[in-house]
Design a protein around this ligand. Structure first.
Ligand code: ADP
Length: 493
């Protein structure tokens, strides 16, 4: 009998399900979108019941489409949008409130208060994070402050907290658990010990009774209740989406790195068995625990990457599709001295500047649409270069290759320019669904589809490799101008 892994890829805008075979190939895909709820400017919520129902719908659809027998599904792997926070009643499973999404900025004031109390350095050294509304911790605090009676119930052990992985797992299997990659994004976990941190919980006035059990990312999480799929299917992995992509890209060893070029960019560098606390404004995160100890990563994100191409298309209307951007950029030799700093929503790592705004430098009468399109594409690569410069400083070693995925990594011009700026090779895989694949691999390692990571490594197939060709002095000159542009943009506030 053939064996398959069903991967549930619960994302920010849609719930997807993908069935993989032993070669790591996609057999079927299904996707269901759900509502984005914006109750106030800067606030973002999801309905937890919709997250669950769309995820089940996608899973059932993929099983139907692929025509596999349920018994052929060896296990389920879960990869999920991270940090999004849900509290629910233990007895009934009823959510206490909507899910507060990672993008939601409602706790900015609360974060400011915590910073003013001088908690930043202790929290960073224990959790690897910075105090920011992005992470689950202050979202939980907000819920306790704003929902009457909720804290009392939580103290009595009647409330469960979870990120989306826990919410799905609780509903699918009845078990209240999470994995270290998700737990490391809450602000409640000590990433050195891999346990919830009692002192932090006391400091933030969060009752320990609400927390899920932390289990290895690859292991036995329980079996799905029979009513979902007609048979019990074991859930054998749980992992946050970016870490899942790192695994799906075969970045198993210290020094391996991946970058996802989507709306924004998420870069992760595997740092081995010891956490590297960043001195250059990056986050330290748990990559995964395969059941044989915690592995760590450094993480950095760029807010506006593919989004700058959307802006060219939807706002400036100088391109009709993202695909066209690469061809237009190559109709000119260079940007003609044009530099675009796409700081539409401030800048992420390593700048962390919420005030800076987008700016175009170096315009002349000769500047054309092609120069601007090219400058926009190049700006994505410059921002990623800055991230990796910080990563290299933190680990003290150069990165040797970068594996890429996400919509904008399909752009050959961008990938070549990126290889030139980083002065390393870039490898683009054939299978782009690296997030779902990572969860599938971790599940399959437990359920016996793969024996070890060596067996998985051979599944990684290259679509194309980009080698650097730019001369050192040209690179230096371009980077100097880019940094001057960023510096000048930041002065204009
Ligand atoms: P997300 O998961 O963040 O929605 P995707 O991985 O689906 O992102 O990628 C979509 C993004 O990639 C969009 O912002 C789009 O503008 C950009 N994009 C897609 N194709 C290209 C391309 N050929 N060149 C440049 N950018 C592209």
């Amino acid at each position: 009998m053939e064996k398959y892994i069903l991967s549930l890829d619960q994302g920010t805008t849609s719930s997807r399900a993908i069935l993989f075979n032993k070669k790591g190939e996609i057999c079927a895909v299904s996707q269901a979108e759900f509502r984005q709820i914006f109750p106030q400017p800067g606030w973002v919520e999801h309905d937890p019941e919709e997250i669950l129902s769309t995820q089940i719908e996608a899973a059932k659809d993929v099983i139907r489409k692929s025509k596999v027998d349920i018994k052929e599904i060896a296990s389920i792997g879960i990869a999920n949008q991270r940090e999004t926070t849900i509290l629910w009643e233990k007895k009934t499973g009823k959510p206490a409130y909507n899910a507060i999404v990672w993008q939601c900025r409602r706790t900015a004031g609360l974060c400011m208060e915590l910073k003013e109390q001088g908690l930043m350095s202790e929290l960073q050294s224990k959790t690897g994070l910075v105090i920011d509304p992005y992470f689950a911790g202050t979202k939980v605090m907000w819920l306790f402050k704003n929902i009457p009676g909720l804290l009392k119930k939580a103290e009595n052990g009647e409330i469960c907290f979870g990120t989306v992985d826990s919410w799905l797992l609780f509903n699918l299997t009845g078990r209240h658990a999470t994995d270290p990659s998700n737990a490391s994004r809450t602000l409640f976990m000590n990433i050195h010990t891999g346990n919830w941190d009692g002192e932090i919980l006391k400091m933030l006035k969060v009752p320990a009774a609400i927390l899920p059990e932390i289990l290895p990312s690859s292991g036995k999480f329980g079996v799905t209740k029979k009513d979902y799929f007609g048979e019990e299917i074991p859930v054998c992995s749980v992992i946050g989406d970016q870490q899942a992509a790192l695994f799906g890209q075969g970045c198993f060893k210290r020094g391996n790195a991946k970058n996802t070029y989507g709306t924004g960019c998420f870069a992760l560098l595997h740092t081995g068995n010891t956490p590297v606390i960043s001195k250059n404004n990056l986050l330290t995160t748990i990559a995964w625990d395969r059941g044989n100890g915690i592995e760590y990563a450094l993480e950095g994100s760029v807010f506006i990457a593919g989004a700058v191409i959307q802006w060219l298309r939807d706002n400036l209307k100088i391109i009709t599709s993202a695909l066209e951007s690469g061809r237009i950029a190559q109709t000119v030799q260079d940007t003609g001295g044009v530099y675009l700093v796409p700081a539409f929503t401030g800048m992420g790592a390593p700048y962390w500047d919420p005030e800076v705004r987008g700016t175009i430098f170096g315009l002349t009468r000769g500047s054309s649409r092609a120069h601007i399109v090219r400058a926009a594409l190049e700006s994505i690569a410059y921002q990623v270069k800055d991230l990796f410069t910080s990563m290299e400083k933190d680990v003290g070693n150069p990165i040797e290759v970068l594996r890429v995925d996400g919509g904008a990594s399909k752009n050959d011009f961008l990938m070549q320019f990126q290889a030139d700026l980083l002065d390393i090779s870039i490898e683009r895989p054939l299978v782009f669904e690296t997030t779902a694949l990572g969860a599938a691999y971790l599940a399959g390692l437990t359920s016996g589809l793969w024996e070890n990571i060596e067996e998985i490594s051979v599944n990684w197939k290259s679509d194309r490799c980009f080698s650097p060709i730019m001369k050192e002095n040209e690179r230096t000159e371009k980077l100097k101008k880019w940094h001057k542009a960023v510096k000048t943009a930041r002065m204009y506030v």
